[in-house]
Design a protein around this ligand. Structure first.
Ligand code: 0GY
Length: 291
């Protein structure tokens, strides 16, 4: 099956980052896609990406100076977690996973994911990526995964916080938010939505956020300096509740695939001390995914 029209494949030869991550650093948000010939994309998918197999992911991990990955199930595979599980089994202790499951998953299915290194499920509220799942279904899934010690990864836009807050607060596990919950750079760090988001993080001590995807939110393009103040404000205020990832292979970029080396070189701009960097890249992801 051909890639979706306009789909931009990942950068073929990223630059070697100048910033060297600390030993044991975790890329806590990345995906595997296919390969389609082995792990076909889901009939329900909203886009068809290029293949982005585990071998390339592991090469990029090593090239960029990382030790481990957290692989997040992407919507193009829907609830078929086989490519994810295969990558986790190949990586051994060097990867953990976040799955996407439906209510129909059996207890044995959950146990198998757990044994492969899955530590959470993803609830995706981004309309261009998924058809919405009723909240009561999500509640029931949450109730079933909580006893496994898993968490829930939430992909939503913090502009929807007022509407979503009560539901999010009702969930029984820690929450890990994708991509800073999608800041609107135009509104600025002092904008109402971003400030409300900071307040929500302050009030909910089991909420963790990824400070990822400047390339999705930038208005000016690489090296994405206009997104730095958002990520930095979060890291400074919540140093123990932030994690970082590349988002390789960068699905659905509108204009260009980011140079992963440039993304790594942003880290010292958003976490400005060695202590903050160690928490962001090692201590926090290890606590959430490896303990
Ligand atoms: C991301 C972001 C996107 C896609 C997916 O599951 C997905 O298909 O997550 C996106 O298009 O914003 O997390 O990589």
């Amino acid at each position: 099956m051909a890639m979706s029209a306009g789909y931009i494949p990942f950068h073929p030869n990223p630059s070697k980052p100048k910033y060297k991550p600390p030993a044991g650093a975790v890329d806590a948000h990345c995906h595997v896609f296919g390969p389609e010939a082995v792990f076909p994309f889901a009939p329900k998918r909203k886009y068809t990406p290029c293949d982005a197999p585990k071998e390339t992911l592991f090469q990029r991990r090593d090239f960029l100076g990382f030790d481990k990955n957290v692989i997040v199930q992407a919507t193009c595979h829907d609830t078929d977690n086989r490519a994810l599980v295969d990558a986790l089994r190949s990586a051994g202790d060097k990867a953990r996973g976040v799955a996407f499951v439906g209510e129909d998953i059996t207890d044995a299915g959950l146990k198998e994911l757990d044994a492969a290194g899955v530590k959470g499920v993803r609830f995706n509220f981004i309309k261009r990526l998924v058809d919405s799942t009723p909240k009561d279904v999500m509640q029931r899934i949450a109730t079933r995964i909580a006893p496994l010690g898993w968490h829930i990864v939430v992909y939503f836009e913090h502009a929807d916080l007022d509407e979503m807050g009560p539901f999010l607060k009702s969930l029984p596990t820690p929450l890990v938010f994708d991509h800073m919950a999608c800041p609107n750079v135009k509104e600025g760090v002092d904008g109402k939505h971003f400030q409300n988001w900071l307040k929500a993080l302050d009030a909910n001590k089991t909420w963790i956020t990824k400070v990822t995807c400047p390339e999705r939110f930038t208005l000016v393009g690489p090296p994405y300096d206009d997104v730095v103040p958002f990520a930095r404000a979060i890291v400074e205020r919540f140093p123990d509740r932030v994690i970082w990832g590349t988002d390789w292979p960068h699905p659905n970029m509108p204009k260009e695939a980011p140079d992963d080396g440039l993304l790594v070189d942003m880290i010292p701009k958003i976490a400005t001390t060695a202590e903050q960097q160690h928490k962001l890249l090692v201590d926090n992801p290890m606590r959430i995914y490896w303990s």
